[in-house]
Design a protein around this ligand. Structure first.
Ligand code: HEM
Length: 307
């Protein structure tokens, strides 16, 4: 091998060496930056592709929000991370994830976000529904449940309580709609009322225990048509982990109550209005069973829910 060939080989080796070292150096820096970013933001729940500035807002512009979110969840799973402009939102669409948020980590997720509406109209979290989780909340909640919503007070204030009028009347309208759509169910309900109450008097609260089928009709109505389809937004001040994913501090949580109670993995024939699924079933709608949560659950569950 001539001297010039040898020099050529050395030059190639040097250039290869320099490039390899540079490539490793670059990789090292990239990994360091990636690690730092990952450390800061963690492993977020999955979600649809986002755009600069608006985040994932463009996925939500058409259709009803709870329908759209249910559709997106079919692809990305029961816990999703959405950035709506500058606002980070965790969207929950299954009973297992709801149990995690409303039970296992209720102490972290039980606050409420401040919104323009709650600040301007409701006086910066002074009302119960939008109060952050603080001493004021605990006091108002106690007064609400022990004084304002005691049976005696309900009888007095029945017509002036604003919080639940829309939800309650909507539920009645949905029940009537489903009964008109299903004459056989209407007949069965009428025959229960005839047997237990008769035709001479109206139903009283004390009768409800004996009206099993009526209770099942109400539960099935609330399952298919929860009055507050996306619940009231929750807010977490602390960073935490849910199902192995990192959720950062100052995040809103949206519970798609509509999607949860129509989950085909939990409910057989979920779109069918069938009150008999609640007969002889331990599943109730009061917030202990995460398969159906029309009143939410945990610290922020609806205080207007009666027994
Ligand atoms: C069918 C009727 C109703 C439905 C479906 C319903 C549903 C709900 C839901 C889903 C929540 C949010 C729970 C959560 O954040 O986890 C809620 C909260 C609330 N509801 Fe109801 N509700 C109904 C009737 C009522 C009535 C009659 C009242 C008042 C008398 C009422 C007062 C409230 C209040 C004050 C909150 C906020 C509680 C808090 O943030 O601590 N609701 N309701």
């Amino acid at each position: 091998m001539g001297e010039s060939n040898m020099e050529g080989l050395i030059a190639i080796f040097k250039s290869w060496f320099v490039h390899t070292v540079a490539a490793f150096g670059f990789l090292y820096v990239v990994l360091k930056v990636f690690r730092r970013v990952r450390h800061k933001y963690g492993r977020r729940p999955p979600g649809p592709p986002s755009l600069p500035v608006i985040g994932q807002l463009h996925h939500l512009v058409s259709g009803l929000l709870h329908h759209t979110l249910a559709k997106i969840a079919e692809k990305y799973g029961p816990i999703m991370w959405l950035e709506l402009g500058a606002v980070g939102v965790v969207v929950v669409s299954s009973s297992d994830m709801a149990r995690e948020i409303l039970k296992a980590q209720d102490h972290i997720f039980a606050s409420r976000p401040s919104t323009l509406f709650s600040d301007l109209v409701l006086g910066k979290g002074q009302d119960l529904a939008f109060s952050p989780l603080n001493d004021h909340f605990r006091l108002v909640r106690k007064v609400y449940t022990t004084q304002l919503l005691s049976q005696q007070q309900i009888d007095t204030f029945k017509d002036i309580i604003i919080g639940g009028t829309d939800t309650s009347s909507e539920t009645i309208v949905w029940a009537m709609t489903e009964l008109l759509r299903h004459p056989n169910i209407m007949e069965r309900l009428q025959s229960e009322l005839d047997d237990v109450i008769g035709k001479e008097r109206l139903v009283e609260e004390a009768d409800l225990q004996k009206l099993e089928y009526l209770q099942a009709v109400v539960k099935e109505t609330l399952r298919l048509h929860p009055g507050v389809v996306l619940g009231v937004p929750h807010f977490s001040k602390e960073a935490t982990k849910v199902a192995g994913y990192d959720t950062p501090a100052n995040t809103r949580e949206m519970l798609n109550l509509y999607a949860i109670s129509r989950d085909p993995k939990v409910w057989e024939n979920p779109l069918k209005f069938d009150p008999s699924r609640f007969l002889n079933s331990p599943i109730d709608v009061k917030g202990q069973h995460y398969e159906v949560l029309p009143f939410g659950s945990g610290r922020r569950r609806c205080p207007g829910r009666t027994n």
